[in-house]
Design a protein around this ligand. Structure first.
Ligand code: PLP
Length: 392
């Protein structure tokens, strides 16, 4: 059975180049960058070269970049670190559709007595800028808004948000979780007027367990992790050199051909969406469409068929998708994101997320649409037979 992997927002396949870079770091240049001998110096040199790749991609200074273990850690450093140190004195504002890596630490701050506010979103999952404006106070300590939503692909209006924040809360630290956009969509820390940015390797064909935080120098706050003083004292712990080397190679690859890869994913998304709309007329698209929705994420509902049932039926035919974000899909609760958008339960319970990478093709999209339509026919038949049996 040929497999179609449309779950790239959960994680991606590691590219061969990234895997080779990781292998080299493990078997050849395996020194500890903190060691003072030749091997250590060679590793330290490679670490700085890798940091330079990200500085170029993001157009920021290399000494404002910190390697972390994942996107979750980067988010937590900001929300817990900045939130704890500055939040006692001021307000914290996050969007209601943040990934749990931001949402959960923000909720913890509520329980610690901080003044945390959540920005509502519209039916497309886009933040309410008027609400953001009304929440901003001159003592706002932290604002965290993601770039691309991991469940719907909604692209948040960060330039507009940045302008509001700078005019109404100039001292606030503005953080963006760009885990779902880095390497696929352009990022502009200058245009967005942000102070901190989180990214992660395994969403862009690097291995799991490597992330990065960009933090503007003037916005520093005390570290959460103490130890050997790595990453200029801000994030202690021996650097994950194999992950870092692979991440840098993967990032370089994404940036080398970003518009081409993006256009390719857009074709895959459009083909899947349009074909499904023809084959399954009562399917629904959840979230932003057009240029307000990222090319690599498509969220659709198939009313009457529960997400988990659909997911496992598709898996049996070699099509891998997700019922929501991978991090929450094992919980029995429906999607918090789709609920925040005000979607009815029937639409939430039947939602499927398709997410693409540069390795996917239009032919796969056509084949996937056929598999989905066939599966819906089969599941509907089973349902009808079940109903008839119960009636008899
Ligand atoms: N933020 C967003 C938007 C994500 O989609 C994810 C992972 O799915 C994370 C943060 C967490 O990243 P990581 O898996 O590297 O911890």
């Amino acid at each position: 059975m040929t497999e179609i992997y449309f779950d790239n927002s959960a994680t991606t396949k590691v590219s061969e180049k990234a895997a080779n870079a990781a292998y080299r770091a493990m078997t050849e240049n395996y020194g500890n960058p903190s060691s003072v001998h030749r091997r250590g110096a060679a590793a330290f040199h490679e670490l700085n070269e890798a940091r330079g790749v990200f500085a170029k991609c993001l157009n920021v200074s290399a000494d404002e970049l910190y390697f972390t273990s994942c996107g979750t850690e980067s988010d937590n450093i900001v929300v817990q670190g900045a939130g704890k140190s500055r939040g006692k004195q001021g307000r914290i504002i996050v969007s209601s559709v943040e990934h749990p890596a931001v949402y959960e630490p923000a909720k913890r701050l509520v329980s610690q007595g901080c003044d945390v506010r959540f920005i509502d979103v519209d039916k497309n999952g886009i933040i309410d800028l008027d609400m953001l404006e009304s929440l901003l106070t001159d003592d706002t300590a932290l604002v965290s808004i993601m770039h691309v939503n991991n469940e719907t692909g909604a692209i948040q209006p960060l330039s507009e948000a940045g302008k509001l924040i700078r005019s109404k809360a100039p001292l606030a630290l503005f953080h963006v979780d760009a885990v779902q956009s880095f390497g696929r969509l352009p990022i502009s820390v200058a245009d967005w007027q942000i102070d901190a940015l989180s990214i992660s390797g395994h969403k862009i064909h690097a291995p799991k367990g490597i992330g990065m935080l960009w933090l503007r120098k003037e916005r520093n706050f005390p570290p959460l992790m103490f130890g050997g003083g790595q990453e200029r004292g801000f994030r202690s712990g021996t650097e994950n050199m194999s992950g870092i080397m692979a991440f840098a190679v993967a990032a370089g690859d994404c940036y080398a051909d970003m518009p081409k890869y993006y256009a390719g994913m857009q074709q895959v998304k459009d083909t899947l969406c349009q074909t499904l709309q023809k084959l399954v007329p009562d399917c629904l698209v959840n979230g932003a469409v057009g240029d307000k929705g990222a090319a690599h994420i498509l969220n659709m509902s198939f009313p009457g068929i529960r997400s988990e049932v659909m997911l496992h039926s598709l898996e049996a035919k070699g099509l891998f998708v997700s019922a929501g974000s991978a991090c929450t899909s094992k919980s029995s609760k429906g999607s918090r994101i789709l609920a925040a958008m005000g979607l009815p339960e029937s639409q939430i319970d039947s939602a499927i997320r398709f997410s693409f990478s540069r390795y996917n093709t239009v032919d796969q999209a056509r084949a996937a649409a056929d598999i989905i339509a066939e599966t819906i026919d089969e599941l509907s038949l089973v349902k009808q037979l079940g109903k008839r049996k119960r009636r008899n």
